[in-house]
Ligand binder design. Structure first.
Ligand code: PA5
Length: 446
């Protein structure tokens, strides 16, 4: 379901070297991934999530959606950060009507996100919205100890208890967390929240196809069965050990561009604003999986054609350290044809009768050729359309390729030790009990 095209790299890359990268490095990394012998191999549960999805997970997520619907819930606050947020946000943005908020017809609850920042304005303004609506909440934290979601949850929980009573609030709250440990697990057990488990062997950024992603996506009215089915088709397609395997091709090419040509920045390019959060999800996936031990390709993203008018100059002529991965959607689900105008004052009659998406495609092809001329290699990843099945396939494709790619780079794809550094300083500055010595030391640096 996901196809890859690396012709846009041909003028940059030596064919012999590419074969070496595929044959010696990528297939070796593929073997490490599928045999489960590599670093971080206790976090490979995501690999078979689509094909081994328990029916009770799907029906459980749907039951949460239906229960909230029966209560008349029209706003779901999904609380989480990083991998406990970006997958759901990416899928919901991709599948939602661009103007869902403004349209009067509502088929499902609106899902808004919290706990992904510590902005007082954001949480205060969220509560302005919450006070106007019939609200439920899903709080998601694999570790159950992350500060940002815990702060947001404390505030939302207090409001729900004041408004609906303790039992009423508990009926509206669902927790997704570790099976055994963490403050959220303890709290959920004590308060009697309906709880879903993030499997021990699935890390946050690989968890979109667990209740972490599936509950908010179902609550927003999307078909989680079709999403998982699309991912399942992709899981099967990528299982073949082959130099033609699209994930092997993607991992090979990006590693070659990085190691041999010094292309240290990869820009994900989309031509549909609905896919902006695909870029955000992908940046976390690749950034946290590969950026360690002094190595890694820096993942960035642009949404064209808008960003051609902001970042286009740099990409065309700035520092030559980047390549692009263009996510192409082959078919638009809507149809708008540009009309003819009698006066033709804007000079656009040459476009009359053409679909807007045709112009978008010409902009894309023109940009790719210009960027090749400017020294920016082009990888293209294609899906058929923006629907549940294709998005599910795309998510699985990038996850699987990420595992191969990080092993090619020689890093553990599944840990994120660097994320702790800011937390230690923040806790010291916030005078968290147990951090007394660190608090004293850090204040001396200010
Ligand atoms: O990918 C990861 O593991 C991280 O980005 C986590 O998802 C993120 O830090 C949130 O962690 P948690 O779900 O434990 O609150």
């Amino acid at each position: 379901m996901v196809n890859i095209n690396v012709k846009g790299c041909a003028s940059f890359v030596d064919g012999g070297k590419y074969c070496k990268y595929v044959g010696e490095k990528a297939l070796e990394a593929f073997d490490v991934l599928v045999s489960g012998n590599g670093a971080g191999n206790d976090f490979l549960g995501w690999r078979h999530l689509p094909s081994e999805m328990p029916e009770e997970i799907l029906s459980g997520c749907e039951a949460v959606r239906d229960g909230w619907k029966a209560m008349g819930v029209d706003l779901v606050v999904a609380i989480g950060i990083g991998g406990s947020y970006l997958g759901a946000k990416c899928v919901i943005e991709a599948l939602s009507h661009c103007f869902a908020k403004q349209l009067s017809r509502k088929d499902a609850a609106e899902v808004v996100f919290a706990g992904n920042n510590l902005s007082e304005e954001y949480i205060s303004e969220l509560m302005d919205l919450v006070r106007e609506r019939n609200v439920a909440c899903v709080v998601i934290s694999k570790s159950g100890t992350t500060t940002e979601p815990a702060v947001a949850f404390r505030i939302v929980k207090q409001y729900l208890e004041e408004t609906y009573g303790k039992a009423g609030a508990a009926a509206r709250i669902v927790a997704v967390t570790d099976a055994r440990k963490g403050a959220l697990k303890t709290l959920s057990t004590q308060e009697g929240y309906r709880t879903f488990v993030v499997p021990d062997d699935v890390g946050g950024r690989f968890s979109v196809l667990t209740p972490v992603g599936l509950i908010p996506i179902a609550a927003a009215g999307f078909d989680i069965r079709a999403l998982v089915a699309g991912a399942c088709t992709e899981e099967r397609a990528l299982a073949e050990r082959s130099s033609e395997n699209p994930a092997v091709v993607y991992a090979s090419m990006r590693n070659l561009l990085y190691s041999e040509l010094g292309k240290k920045v990869e820009i994900m390019v989309t031509y549909n604003p609905k896919l902006q959060y695909l870029g955000e999800w992908w940046k976390q996936l690749y950034g946290e999986s590969e950026g360690k031990d002094g190595k890694g390709i820096f993942p960035a993203s642009v949404t064209n054609t808008a960003d051609l008018h902001s970042m286009g100059q740099f990409i065309q002529e700035g520092e030559r350290i980047m390549f692009e991965t263009v996510v192409t959607v082959l078919n638009s689900s809507r149809s708008v044809v540009i009309g003819s105008d009698l006066q033709n004052l804007d000079g656009l009659n040459f476009l009359a009768g053409k679909h807007v998406e045709y112009c978008n495609t010409m902009a894309k092809i023109g940009t790719q050729l210009a960027h090749i001329d400017g020294g920016v290699p082009q990888i293209e990843v294609c899906i058929d359309r923006v629907d549940e099945a294709c998005i599910g396939a795309l998510l699985y494709f990038f996850e699987f390729a990420c595992g191969i790619s990080a092993y090619m780079l020689g890093v553990n794809p599944f840990n994120q030790p660097g994320v702790e550094a800011y937390k230690k300083n923040m806790f010291a500055l916030l005078d968290k009990p147990g951090y007394e010595a660190a608090s004293k030391a850090i204040r001396e640096r200010l």
